[in-house]
Design a protein around this ligand. Structure first.
Ligand SMILES: [Zn+2]
Length: 115
C-alpha cells in the first residue's frame, strides 16, 4: 500500500509526527554541557546530537512548552537561537534569502543607567 519512496523519516519534536526528513529543520546543540545552545543546522552539516522540527512556529511553541529540546538533548539548552531563526526567516512564506537590516526610526538613543 505504501507508495512513498524510501526516504528517511524523522519525528518532529514539536507535534511528534513522523515525516520525511526533508520536511524538517535539523537543530543541533552546540557548546559545553551546562551552557548548550540549540542552533538551526541549515546545511545539515553540523556534528553532534541533532533533533528535528517542522519549520512551523506552532511546532516550535509546542516543543518549547513541553521542554522537548531539553529531552532531545538530555540537558538544559538555550533555544533562543532557534526562536530568532524563526523570527528572522519568513517561515510562513516562500524563502526570499536576503537579510534586511533593521533601521531605527529616530536617531535618539536611550541610555539606561544602573547602579
Ligand atoms: Zn511538527
Amino acid at each position: 500500500m505504501a507508495t512513498t519512496a524510501h526516504q528517511p523519516v524523522r519525528t518532529c519534536i514539536g507535534c511528534r509526527r513522523r515525516v520525511a526528513r526533508n520536511d524538517l529543520l535539523r537543530v543541533v546543540a552546540i557548546g559545553k554541557d551546562n551552557t548548550r545552545t540549540v542552533t538551526v543546522d541549515v546545511r545539515r552539516r553540523l556534528a553532534g546530537r541533532g533533533a528535528w522540527l517542522h519549520p512551523d512556529r506552532s511546532c516550535l511553541a509546542i516543543a518549547v512548552k513541553r521542554k522537548a529540546f531539553n529531552r532531545a538533548f538530555k540537558s538544559a539548552v538555550d533555544v533562543s537561537d532557534v526562536q530568532s531563526y524563526f523570527n528572522a526567516a519568513d517561515i510562513a512564506g516562500p524563502s526570499g534569502g536576503s537579510m534586511t537590516t533593521v533601521q531605527s526610526e529616530s536617531g535618539s538613543e536611550m541610555k539606561m543607567e544602573t547602579r
